[in-house]
Write a protein that binds this ligand. Structure first.
Ligand SMILES: [Zn+2]
Length: 256
């Protein structure tokens, strides 16, 4: 139906391209299209809606979504990883009130940066988002990503263009403080690891001595069946970094 334009009763015109669509598909998904074709507007007479704020590729993606619930699924990977494209889709969806399409574009943006972070693309896409879409959810997505990559972004002068000089200065100090806190945590973790290793070593030495004392107290005869003398022993220190002792039978020298 989308490809053939059969029974089309609504045409979108953008940059000289025509998209022949159906009111029954478009209107339930977009309160803006719905109002345009059912009110006293020129569009309701002509069945033509001129789109000037967006480029024809963005309109094509919106139309694809209206009919399939997705867009650019079979396109090459490069196109799907261009977040600027998705920001533009979000903007047209926000403009025409196609809520589910704003969410889909946002998901795609998050997925792209989750797979491969790219500061330069992020800065350009955020600029586009702030200038051209009113979708607060997308602004929030971009703000969270910025916070997660703050140190790297602060190195770019574009970040100050984006948030303003004063906010950039505040963020720079915050990033420095964050870095200092991180180093402090590393040091604390190193001290803790050393302490824990020392405690474990002490526990091993005490367990070793405990075992010797228990054996000396409890054993009556040598465990060696060839010996079986009344148990008498001496203590031998084993080679190694930490204290480790064994008992040896004084007669047959077997280990206990
Ligand atoms: Zn013995």
């Amino acid at each position: 139906m989308l490809r053939s334009g059969q029974f089309s009763d609504l045409t979108l015109v953008c940059q000289g391209k025509e998209f022949k669509i159906h009111k029954v598909v478009a209107c339930p998904q977009s309160p803006v299209f719905s109002a345009a074709v059912s009110g006293e507007f020129k569009e309701s007479q002509t069945g033509v809606i001129e789109i000037e704020l967006f480029d024809s590729e963005t309109v094509r993606r919106m139309v694809e979504f209206l009919y399939t619930g997705n867009y650019d699924c079979n396109q090459p990977q490069e196109q799907n990883t261009d977040t600027l494209t998705h920001v533009r889709v979000n903007a047209i969806a926000d403009y025409y009130g196609i809520h589910r399409l704003t969410l889909l574009a946002n998901q795609k943006i998050q997925q792209v940066y989750q797979d491969k972070w790219n500061a330069k693309a992020f800065l350009a896409s955020t600029r586009e988002a702030l200038d051209n879409t009113g979708d607060k959810k997308l602004h929030s997505v971009m703000a969270l990503l910025a916070a997660q990559h703050l140190e790297e972004l602060m190195a770019s002068s574009k970040m100050a263009d984006l948030v303003g000089d004063f906010a950039a200065e505040v963020l720079r100090y915050h990033a420095l403080k964050f870095e200092a806190t991180k180093q402090e945590q590393h040091q604390k973790a190193a001290v803790l690891a050393t302490t824990q290793a020392a405690e474990a070593k002490t526990a091993r030495v005490i367990a070793n001595i405990d075992r010797l004392v228990t054996t000396m107290c409890d054993r009556e005869y040598c465990r060696n069946t060839a010996c079986e003398m009344e148990f008498g022993c001496h203590i031998e220190k084993l080679a190694g970094d930490e204290p480790n002792y064994v008992l040896r039978c004084s007669y047959c020298r077997c280990r206990h």
